[in-house]
Structures are given as structure tokens and as C-alpha cells.
Design a protein around this ligand. Structure first.
Ligand SMILES: Cc1cc2nc3c(=O)[nH]c(=O)nc-3n(C[C@H](O)[C@H](O)[C@H](O)COP(=O)(O)OP(=O)(O)OC[C@H]3O[C@@H](n4cnc5c(N)ncnc54)[C@H](O)[C@@H]3O)c2cc1C
Length: 680
């Protein structure tokens, strides 16, 4: 599509507005595809509009949608809708209907076209901008932030004209993102009476993520947990990242997470009366039987969680923190999205430019002490997923978490000169349940950003993590099923369709209890029969879970035919043999994690990865400062959470539950201390 540059467009629009000339000049820039004289235009009183042609743009599924409207002084006389860059079968096909709807709209409000919701919404937004310009309400048209594309995830930093920045806010600290990291940073800043602002693109705080890891916290001491061998822990995190972390950054979490927990409990326990649920020891540790050759494997787990208390109060932790800062007189600037970072001549980050998602006006936030970016990773951005993590993308079947984490913070930091980790580190759980025949990887999706989504309808099928027999589409077993969550999904990268079937029998609940899996997969054994039944029923309703009286019938329901079916039946026989001899000669799974498949009903389903979030982020130092491409700290810029790097690589140590949140919260607090000069 032939796009006009943002700056060019703004200048034309601003000049048109200032000179009183109608924006007819804009029409010359339009890549108008289709136009029709208004036959059914709604009339307004004479003098309602400044006659002329106006253009509005908005982000659609995979392109910038453009609407050009010509106004007389009392009516719309012509409409051009350009959705040519949209997915052909959805958005692009809707252009004619959308144009007709706009011709009979008095203000840009339209019903839209069913099946093309995102394109319709974009067209409506762009049309409303045309109406606003025609009424003289907007001198600057709707200007959209760049999204990247299928070949260039980074895109270009927006070039925002000064005339478009219609509001300025001076403060000391700007926190971008009211999520798990941002809200904790805000709480710490509020507790210290600092002058700060939090901006958030959405209209509410992000969902709370519950378990966070803190080392030798007060909770651990109260529970009588022996002091952690910190050197051993450091070595384990580094081993998991294949050495591709900065051990000094990891040490900040190890050494300062106890203080982070102290601050958290000071609010949630002392002020909200909540109780911390602490898990450690045998309930949380990777069973020794799985780690005969490395007893330090996944060492240690010290999880903290306020979830029980939340359910009693009706508040989630992030909402409690919001209430906490509001009671101290602060607020969150919702519906405000980061557009770019600003730097002075010496390279110091001096603030940000943000854009209102309500009316698109730009706001300059000047930050005397610094900016903390806490915008999350990029699970909601297929361009970044495909280009930065092709392997993780290829094995994923489900993800509907954090769709608004589209990596914008990472892109803004890179535009400003920050250094992005070179390796992906997705959080992949083996719980992406799908119907037979569905491959892992993106499918076309009309209502998703970038026009793509993962096929699974269920976010996580928790029993997927249980170490039952798993086979590929040829009916063959291909890996030891007793492993951290993401090992089996990576093993499936080399199998047909990158998915696998999980098989068990009527003894599922007893088997699961014996398996004693840890982390959040412990829910399957702890929550009991009712929970398990609910998970299975829900998946069955969606056509992804199958019950059968015989193993042959299960094979048919799972879609095995011909040779693959014969192989599948032979694999089940072989697995029963391994169970009987209590020795997995084939893949070395610990005996207590073998199970018999003999008692009806038999159960089966197909699985791939569920993508929770991404952990590939901007390189930081031990103080949480962003690093540039020479690994030098960038003055005034701090990063935390999923958009920060230097900690994980390749994958996420999912059985050291809570490390992601632990480091997110620890570095959130650290950044505030640094910016406010509360520590050196
Ligand atoms: C279902 C699920 C369960 C999880 N459970 C755990 C767990 O128990 N323990 C654990 O350690 N980890 C867990 N994780 C991982 C954990 O959620 C992340 O590591 C953590 O949330 C990171 O926090 P964050 O502040 O970086 O991102 P988020 O909490 O996602 O917050 C990012 C915020 O930034 C906002 N934002 C994004 N872009 C912009 C922009 N341009 N302008 C303004 N605002 C913007 C977003 O809207 C969002 O509110 C879980 C993840 C999922 C999906």
C-alpha cells in the first residue's frame, strides 16, 4: 500500500488547518481505490462542516486502513475506504459495505461488517477523525503508531510533529505499563512519596500473576526453610540459560528479593490483612528420582502467593496495589500508550511521548529522574514472535494471554539505542490442547492483531503436563515424558504437525497423585477429581478430548488410521510392558512415572505448547539500567519484567516457579530506588 509518511501527513494537515485552506491537498496524497458519490448522505444543518476532503487512518488487522471523506458544508459527499492492505478474505472484502454504511452515518458511527470486526473498527475510527476535522475539532488527523510488519518487526520510530503534542506533563519518574512490574514500582514510589506518573495503554491494570520467587524471605524464615546456597542457585539459573545471562543481574534477584517480599507483605498483609501462601521443600521440589545425576537440578523453589486472600477480598494483587497508590493520592493515566522515548543531546533519556488511545492526541511526559519501562513482552505480536522466535512459534498451539503485550516497549527501547537479547526465551507450557489434525503454529484469524492467532481455544489444559504416554502422529513414542514443561513441546518440533497425543486410562487420578508433579501442574493432583473432571469436560465440549471403551476406539477418535493406528496400538502394548517391568528401557522415565493403559474408559487428546509470555528482553545491568549496543548503561532508562533481558535464554526454567515474577518485582523496586537516589 502506498503510505504517506507520518511527518509529511501531519505537516500537510497542520498547514491546511492553519491556512484555512481545506484539506483538499490531502486528496492528492490518497491512494484512493474506490469512490462513489453520496446518494444516501445524512444532511446536517448548513455550516456544520468546513467543506473539503479529509483523511483519517487507523490500524486494522495487518495494515493501516485509510478513510478519505469529502464534505460540503452540510453533508458527506464522497467516501473512499482503502482497506487494500487487509487480509483479503476478511477486511479487504468489506470495503464496499463499510463505505455504504459511512455514507449514511451522521458521525462516523457504523455497525461494521460481521467477520471483519477489527477492520470495521479501524474504518470507524478513521471516519470519526474525518468528521472531527470537518467540524474543525481536530487540526491533526488520527496518527497511528507503527506496528512493524511481516518482514520488519521493529519498524521505524514514529516521527511525531511538535504540533501534534498538545499536552505536556512534568514529573520525576515515568512508569510505563500498569502490569505486574509497573504496579509494584508505582506502589514503592508511592510509599516513598515520590513524584511519578504511571501510564497504561488499557483501561485497567494487567491481570495479576500469582506466584513469585523470593530467596530466604521472611516467609521462608518463618517456615523454617534452611538458608539457600546462593552460589548453587546462581549456577543453576546460569546453567538453564546455557550461560547466556549476566550473573550479576541474576544476583540482584537472589540478594534483593527478600526485601522485595518485605515490601509486598507490608502492604498486602499489614494494610489489606492478606495471608501469604508459601511453598517450599518436597511440595515444590523437582523429585530427586528425576535427577539422579544432578541433585541440584532446578534448585531451589521458594514460592510466594497471595491468591487465597485475593479470592476472599474480591481484589487481585495488582488491583490492591492500585487502591494502595490511589489512597496515597496518585492515579494511573489509563488509555495512554507509549509512542517513543525522548533523549537530550547527551543521550540521557529525558522522558517519553505518549499517545491517548481515546482521541490520539500526543502527550509529552518530562521525567527528571528517569523512565521505567514495564511493558511486558510480545506474546500478542505475531510479527515479533515469528521473526524473533520461529522455533517457539512453530510448536505453539494456544495463547490468549496478555494480548496487549505486543512488544512496543522493546521496540521503543531499541529505537532509542538499547540492546535486545539475541536469543528467544518463551514461557511455553505443555498444555495447548487442540483437535486431531490441527498443526502447531499460527492460523489466520480475522480478529487478531496481525491477522494471526494460535489455533487452540483453551488457554491451558493443566493435565497436559502429567507424564503420561505421549505419541506422535505416526503412533510412536518419541521422548521421556517426565521433564520440565517445555521439553516435550520442543521435542515435538521434530514430529509431524509438531503436536503429540497424550494417553491414559481410568486410573488417571491415582496416577497423577503418584506422579507428584510440581509448580502449577500440582493443581491437577491437589485439586482432586472434580477439578480434573471439569478440565476434561471442558476440553471434550470443544472437541479436543476423547473418551473410549477400548484403546482401538480411542485410536479412531484421535484420528489414527492404517499403519499409524497399528503402530499406536503396538506402542500402547509396549508401554504396558514397560510399566509391568517397572523399567523404561526405551527412554529412561523414572518407574513411578510410568502408568498402565488397561482400564476403560481410556482418555486421549492432542497437545502442543501454550505460550504464556516471552522473556527475551532489553539487556540490563545489575541496577536495572538498560544497556546500549556497547553494553553501556543508558542514563535515565530502566527496564523490568518480561521486556527486560540478561536473565533467561533459550527457554524458561518453568519448574523454578516464580522466577519470572520474582525478578520482575525485584527490578521494579530496584529501578525506583535508583532513580530516586534511595541507593547508590
Ligand atoms: C497465565 C499466566 C500465568 C503466569 N503465572 C506466573 C506465575 O505464577 N509466576 C511467575 O513468576 N510468572 C508467571 N507468569 C509470567 C508473568 O506474568 C510475567 O513474567 C510478568 O507478568 C511480567 O510482568 P510485566 O510487568 O513485565 O508485564 P505485564 O504484567 O504483562 O504488564 C505489562 C503492561 O504494560 C502495558 N503496556 C504494553 N505496551 C504498552 C504501551 N506501549 N504503552 C503503555 N502500556 C503498555 C500492558 O497493557 C500491561 O498492562 C504468568 C504468565 C501468564 C500469562
Amino acid at each position: 500500500m502506498n503510505k504517506i509518511s507520518r511527518k509529511g501527513f501531519l505537516k500537510i494537515a497542520a498547514a491546511a488547518a492553519m491556512s484555512g485552506v481545506t484539506a483538499g491537498a490531502l486528496a492528492a496524497c490518497n491512494a484512493a481505490k474506490d469512490s462513489a458519490a453520496a446518494s444516501s448522505a445524512v444532511s446536517a444543518p448548513a455550516g456544520s462542516y468546513i467543506p473539503g476532503t479529509y483523511e483519517g487512518t487507523a490500524e486494522g488487522i495487518s495494515s493501516t486502513v485509510k478513510v478519505t471523506m469529502t464534505f460540503s458544508d452540510s453533508a458527506v459527499t464522497d467516501v473512499v475506504v482503502d482497506t487494500s492492505g487487509e487480509t483479503a478474505s476478511y477486511g479487504a472484502a468489506a470495503a464496499d459495505q463499510l463505505k455504504e454504511q459511512l455514507l449514511s452515518s451522521a458521525n462516523g458511527e457504523i455497525d461494521g461488517v460481521s467477520g471483519s470486526t477489527i477492520t470495521s473498527d479501524a474504518v470507524m475510527k478513521a471516519a470519526k477523525s474525518c468528521f472531527a476535522q470537518a467540524k474543525g475539532e481536530a487540526t491533526i488527523s488520527s496518527v497511528q503508531l507503527p506496528t512493524g510488519d511481516e518482514t520488519d518487526w521493529l519498524g521505524k520510530e514514529p516521527d511525531i510533529d511538535e504540533a501534534a503534542i498538545t499536552e505536556t506533563i512534568d514529573t520525576d519518574i515515568v512508569i510505563v505499563g500498569a502490569g505486574n512490574g509497573g504496579m509494584f514500582a508505582a506502589a514503592y514510589a508511592a510509599a516513598n512519596g515520590l513524584n511519578f506518573r504511571v501510564i497504561e495503554q488499557n483501561s485497567a491494570v494487567q491481570d495479576t500473576r500469582h506466584w513469585y520467587g523470593a530467596i530466604d524471605s521472611a516467609a521462608a524464615k518463618e517456615a523454617g526453610v534452611p538458608a539457600t546456597d546462593k552460589a548453587k542457585l546462581l549456577s543453576e539459573i546460569s546453567r538453564y540459560a546455557s550461560g547466556k545471562c549476566d550473573q550479576r543481574v541474576v544476583k540482584t534477584w537472589i540478594n534483593e528479593s527478600a526485601a522485595m517480599h518485605d515490601f509486598m507483605r507490608g502492604i498486602l498483609e499489614d494494610q489489606f490483612g492478606w495471608t501469604c501462601e508459601f511453598t517450599s521443600g518436597a511440595e515444590a521440589a523437582w523429585p530427586a528420582e528425576n535427577a539422579e545425576h544432578n541433585t541440584d537440578y532446578l534448585y531451589p523453589v521458594q514460592e510466594h502467593n497471595y491468591r487465597q486472600s485475593e479470592s476472599e477480598s474480591g481484589l487481585q494483587r495488582n488491583e490492591a496495589l492500585q487502591q494502595y497508590i490511589e489512597e496515597l493520592g496518585y492515579s494511573i493515566d489509563f488509555k495512554t500508550s507509549l509512542a517513543k522515548l525522548e533523549k537530550d543531546a547527551d543521550g540521557r533519556v529525558t522522558g517519553i511521548i505518549a499517545q491517548s488511545t481515546e482521541d490520539d492526541h500526543f502527550i509529552r511526559y518530562n521525567a527528571n529522574d528517569g523512565v521505567l519501562l514495564a511493558c511486558g513482552g510480545f506474546p500478542g505480536n505475531p510479527y515479533m514472535m515469528e521473526q524473533l522466535d520461529p522455533l517457539g512459534t512453530s510448536v505453539t498451539t494456544a495463547c490468549s494471554y496478555s494480548p496487549s503485550d505486543k512488544g512496543y516497549g522493546i521496540r521503543a527501547a531499541v529505537w532509542a539505542g538499547a540492546n535486545l537479547d539475541k536469543e528467544a526465551a518463551p514461557m511455553l507450557f505443555d498444555r495447548g490442547i487442540v483437535a486431531p489434525g490441527v498443526d502447531a503454529g499460527y492460523v489466520e484469524s480475522e480478529n487478531s492483531f496481525g491477522g494471526k492467532a494460535f489455533p487452540g481455544e483453551i488457554k491451558q489444559y493443566n493435565p497436559g503436563t502429567q507424564p503420561f504416554l505421549k505419541v506422535n502422529r505416526n503412533g510412536e513414542r518419541f521422548a521421556n515424558e517426565s521433564s520440565p514443561y517445555n521439553d516435550i513441546v520442543y521435542a515435538a518440533a521434530h514430529q509431524p504437525g509438531r503436536v503429540y497425543a497424550q494417553i491414559c486410562d481410568a486410573n488417571i487420578l491415582e496416577d497423577v497423585k503418584r506422579f507428584h508433579t510440581i509448580g502449577c501442574s500440582a493443581q491437577t493432583r491437589n485439586a482432586g477429581a472434580e477439578y480434573l473432571q471439569k478440565q476434561m469436560d471442558n476440553a471434550e465440549e470443544k472437541g479436543c478430548f476423547f473418551k473410549a471403551d477400548t484403546i482401538e476406539e480411542l485410536a479412531d477418535k484421535l484420528g489414527f488410521t492404517g499403519e499409524a493406528k497399528d503402530t499406536f496400538l503396538a506402542t500402547v502394548d509396549r508401554y504396558n510392558e514397560l510399566y509391568d517391568q517397572q523399567n523404561d528401557e526405551d527412554f529412561g522415565k523414572p518407574a513411578y512415572r510410568l502408568s498402565a493403559i488397561r482400564k476403560a474408559p481410556f482418555y486421549g487428546c492432542w497437545l502442543g505448547a501454550s505460550l504464556l509470555c516471552t522473556e527475551q528482553g532489553i539487556a540490563i545491568n545489575e541496577k536495572g539500567q538498560a544497556l546500549d549496543n556497547d553494553n553501556k548503561p543508558m542514563p535515565g532508562l530502566y527496564v523490568t519484567g518480561d521486556m527486560s533481558g540478561s536473565f533467561f535464554a533459550n527457554n524458561y526454567p518453568c519448574l523454578m516457579a516464580g522466577v519470572a515474577m520474582g525478578r520482575t518485582l525485584t527490578f521494579a523496586m530496584k529501578a525506583i530506588k535508583q532513580m530516586a537516589g534511595l541507593e547508590k
